[in-house]
Design a protein around this ligand. Sequence first.
Ligand SMILES: Cc1cc2nc3c(=O)[nH]c(=O)nc-3n(C[C@H](O)[C@H](O)[C@H](O)COP(=O)(O)OP(=O)(O)OC[C@H]3O[C@@H](n4cnc5c(N)ncnc54)[C@H](O)[C@@H]3O)c2cc1C
Length: 437
Amino acid sequence: MEQPTENKNKDQWISWNENVKHSYSNMIKIGHEKELQKAVQENSSIRVFGNRFSSADISAGTQTLIDITAYDKIVSIDREAKEVTVQSGASLEKVINIIQSCGWCIPCLPDINKVTIGGALATGTHGTNGYILSKYVSKFRMILADGTIKEFTDADIETDAVRVSLGLLGVFSEITFKCEDNYILHLKEEPMRDSAWLSQLDDYLATYDFVRILWLPHTDHGYVILGTKVNKDFEFERKDTPGYIKHRRKTSKFLYQYTHKYPKFTATANKILYRLFFTPKKEHAGSLYDATVTKSRGATMELAEWTVGYSKFKELFVELKQILDDKSNNAFVHVPMDVRFLKKDNAWLSYASDEDVVTMGCVCRDSPAADDYEAFDRVEEVFLKYGGKPHWAKRFKAKHDELAKLYPKWEEFKTLREKLDPTNKFLNPYLTKIFTK
Ligand SMILES: Cc1cc2nc3c(=O)[nH]c(=O)nc-3n(C[C@H](O)[C@H](O)[C@H](O)COP(=O)(O)OP(=O)(O)OC[C@H]3O[C@@H](n4cnc5c(N)ncnc54)[C@H](O)[C@@H]3O)c2cc1C
């Protein structure tokens, strides 16, 4: 049996993009549920972390840290129920490969496959279309603050709180996904003027099974990706983009290397990137996972992401574009701002807890310069004005009072958190400012 390793030395925990750093005194690497139970029971202040991709300061900041990434086995496959149970430290990549080999899918996937299941679920990670990932979980096996195990299913009223809970109600142990039959998406991708894609958005959402706009700020264009579910024998003329397209991220990094000093150059860089990388059209097909999820990234980045009710999006977009293009501020944005669409769900802390929403990303491709990236602040102001919600795993400044207004079940979540974690074992300083008052 693999033994947990404990590091009693003062050491540093560093996030993927190196923007969050914390010292700790006790690192516990777990490989088995009993070790996870023991670690939770015996320590008074802990955070659990997965693959450290989150930009928000939510994964460390306590003296004891639990590294869950070796707790990553596939536990069982129920072919009749189309259910797969996995340990929460497993990567999405590993889980989807197993699910696809059964001929199934989870019909909404984020644009990253290296995250852990626990980290993705805890933060309300959502698909490019459809729902948040936790919509497809039928059972959460969780270690509570006192070390006991509880299983949450649709029969428990707290399950919709657990679905997006940032590790504040307990630690996910085993997760059971309810899968669906896999399908093929036929995708067409092309650039369009903002006025064109914005005016056709309602039609796109009514007509297509997959809609994503990679908005290219300061260029007046978006790269529109539309997909339809098709049969396996569907015939079409495949259109590939030129081979050099694979150098987009490297070229972006090169062009953006001085934009923290000369923010206005971002607009020129975006126009170059648009011409080089976002004008070729593409037509292809594959499973949702194979055709739409990015499998590797050349460089780190700092991310923010906001959601807003679909009914308010077009008005918000017009105002946001005006502010970002206003030369009197330095809110220049690296490409793309990813525009995606989610359906309403019931999770208490979900971005879509009360309505269908649009999500909009904001990326800084120069991670060390993120604190000086003015766009993060301007984007946050505009979204808050329209009642928008921030992505829990990404960068935002709003704290308890602003967030409390956005979630109908905010106070209920806080009450449940206090009941399940009366000694605040799972709070770090950042989360304390958000969830206590
Ligand atoms: C390049 C990139 C692309 C992304 N794309 C998307 C996207 O398309 N859609 C989207 O919604 N998000 C996206 N994200 C956000 C990403 O899904 C989250 O940051 C996710 O939490 C990362 O998983 P992780 O394993 O790195 O978790 P970590 O960052 O290590 O942890 C995140 C949180 O989960 C908690 N946690 C971890 N494991 C457990 C557990 N077992 N039980 C309880 N709590 C736990 C941690 O304490 C922490 O609070 C993206 C992020 C990046 C960097």
